[in-house]
Write a protein that binds this ligand. Sequence first.
Ligand SMILES: *Cc1c(COP(=O)(O)O)cnc(C)c1O
Length: 341
Amino acid sequence: MDKKNIDWENLGFGYIKTDKRYVSQYKNGAWDEGVLTEDDQVVLSECAGVLQYAQTIFEGLKAYTTDDGHIVTFRPDLNGERMEDSARRLEMPVFPKERFVEAVVKTIEANEAFVPPYGSGATLYIRPYMFGSNPVIGVKPADEYQFRVFTTPVGPYFKGGVKPLTICVSDFDRAAPHGTGHIKAGLNYAMSLHAIVSAHKEGYDENMYLDPGSRTKVEETGGANFLFVTKDGTVVTPKSDSILPSITRRSLIYVAEKYLGLKVEEREVLLEEVKDFAECGLCGTAAVISPVGKIVDHGKEICLPSGMSEMGEITKKLYDTLTGIQMGRIEAPEGWIKVIK
Ligand SMILES: *Cc1c(COP(=O)(O)O)cnc(C)c1O
């Protein structure tokens, strides 16, 4: 298979149209068998449920080339399970996780020429999503849906080296108590746009959202979960019902315990105690972990001892071990790597 003529090392994180995408339609109470198509356009009624009431959910994962030349993806079954949960919460039909994995595999296979080569640092980003497609004007769930998967090659996350982030404690909330913070829905992102644009204007890379009930506990950023490391080397991650259950975070916790022999605590984390941590990182599919160097709470600066020029020592070990597992350099736990070919 000839690869596309793309400057992999210099790719950014943007949309590039690839050859094929997967589409399955839900109508009269059932999903059709699904097809791969070259047509990248979605044509909808002006009154489609997704356009009026934002009935849409998504997932994000990556495919890449390993050390020994296989194309693989990482724990797609967990993305499939999470999308089932998201669908139930927004009264959408469940696209079964087994079919989800099959659709992801087919879409990667059909776009093999866009899977970046090993060592380039680039990956093929995979975006499964689902939305209500028929006209809905009275507020209720749609009756018809589309489940789709497209792919787009994306560049190395840490292009030009690792740069620890500066984040600010936001005055906005990301998720309501008993709301939708724990599902991967477009609506959570729509309402975070004003907060992130405001943070960028003030020179911050990201927002740290607090629990909306008491505004004393750390939740997450707009698109990544927090991992902290204490001065005695314990990995701590916030526990809350309104945090999105990051697959990267769950994998890193396993790596911390089982590969690195570290103590891990999943518990409420007070903003008050953040100043005592040694390291802080943001975890998600895009970066695996991005180190945080500084957290600003209304003018009060918390400078992590790991500093503004490199990853903290344990953050780096976690990063190296998980990326080693993903790239086939370190043996993976059973079931983590789905080999496409
Ligand atoms: C997708 C997402 C994450 C990261 O989840 P991964 O499964 O690790 O990619 C974290 N927070 C939010 C709000 C997200 O939408």
